[in-house]
Design a protein around this ligand. Sequence first.
Ligand SMILES: Nc1ncnc2c1ncn2[C@@H]1O[C@H](COP(=O)(O)OP(=O)(O)OP(=O)(O)O)[C@@H](O)[C@H]1O
Length: 564
Amino acid sequence: MKLRADARDIHRAILNELRRRIRMNGALRFLEEFRLISRREEILRRQAYLREGFSKIKPGLGELLKIVRPIRFRKEFLHDRVLIVEEDEVEKAEELGLCEVSTEPLDYPLVLSTVGLGIDVELKPHHVAPELYVLPLWENRDTLKALDRIGKLTGEGSVAGQILRELERIEPIMEKLKLVETLDELVAEEERRLNEAIERRLEKFQLTLSGKELIEFLKSLKEGDIDDLLARFSGLSEEILEEIRRAEKRLSERLGIDAELFPRDAGYPIEVPSEKIEALREALERELKLELYLESRRIIERILPLLPRLRRDIERAEELEFLRAVKEFSEGFTFPEIVEGGVGFVEGRHLFIENPQPVSYFVGKARKPFEGVMEANVLILTGANSGGKTSLLELMTQVVILAHMGLPVPARNAWVEPLGELFFFRRKRSSYGAGAFETALKGFVKALKGSGRKLILIDEFEAITEPGAAVKIIAELLRIAQEKGFYVVIVSHLGENLKRELPFARVDGIEASGLDENLNLIVDRQPKFGQIGKSTPELIVERLVRTSRGEERKVFERILRRFR
Ligand SMILES: Nc1ncnc2c1ncn2[C@@H]1O[C@H](COP(=O)(O)OP(=O)(O)OP(=O)(O)O)[C@@H](O)[C@H]1O
């Protein structure tokens, strides 16, 4: 179905409403599959797809879908490894583009080789750089957990749980790598603890010397006999050494590496030289990288065959998110029947009016509950100012557009004939004069050109010309529409005159039913079939009667009597 004139704006607004609800970029592409279509079978196919899809959207699914993110595996050049190959493999190895390639042994944290000069590999990406598969999965564990639960909730299953279990193998390595990042703080913390412990011991330390010992002590001091001097403090230094060992043990337990980090003879307070920390960091990183590489290879060997299915699981989550958003958007809507002979809806609710009064309306054949109402392809909609005429045309446009997308429509029930074109001409409030009239006339005539299934909605056309001429023009145009079998709903204040000219047309009216206690107009948005809408001026006069006094009131009363 083609959209003409202002119908496009309404389509755009509907798409925006849908997009606003879709929280995954990947899910947006499913909306592309819902372009407007006139083929009955395709509309029905989409309806069936959505019905089935909506049944999968269980409570709690939305929360899980919110967590899912696409998992991207990016090719990267890794600077921590070299791949040593034979001369004739160089080209193929370089094509992988994953790391340095050489025919000679080189010093790298990781040395891989196809010729026995390092860790054995084949020239496959997942042999050379298994981390490029495993790490993105590790970083997206939240997504994997959500996919696993989604699979269980929908009963469709997922490979995410299996992958998560495999990933557990690298957990200790990843934790240590995180610790290594904070190595400076770790060491500083141990330093602080150690120096505090030493301080406590120093406070308690006492050196007791007899007179004879004191003389020997002074003698050693004079002669610079260090060994003798130190021997006297040996009790203390043994204790300090003990503290150092304890600190190093704590570190080695956390980092999984034995290292003599604290200087033994540099005095107090004890401080680890920064070069030593750097050297330790390097050693740790080298070791952990190797472990990570080896473990990643074991993991990828087992999960590589699962990755295509994982991709499908993510795509399915995106599809479910799309379905969830559409279901949320169309809460309380109904799938329209796809019929021949017009468009109609019962208790339709305008999409963009808050708490709208439901309105029922139809053009073409009368179906339940409108049996007995005059059937007409051309409708003239009359009625009170601000009664809701424009809104009704908009609602009709919304119903027709949604139906042609294959989506449910905002009504209790609805039927729609597949159309070739939908025209909606909004009233241009700012346009007056001959130029504007000419443009409007041209637009209408264009709509009447050709043949096919068309619904033409026109909001107040005569406002831009004089009433007498307007009746002639509109009547003629509507006759052409009738001859061609087009459906037309036109808003007009010239209902009376048009009805006389066009016996085949049905004139409906939206009426203000009275005044409320604050003397505001009460409008019944539901058009009355076959009735010209009572005009509002009458009610305004009534309001004036009720708000004036004396002679003025008498005048208003006289006017009011003319209406009755
Ligand atoms: N079904 C409805 N339920 C609640 N409010 C409605 C409904 N239809 C219209 N309205 C509200 O009534 C007001 C007037 O609506 P609308 O512009 O459609 O009237 P109109 O008859 O086209 O007016 P005019 O004669 O000025 O062209 C709008 O604020 C609209 O939101």
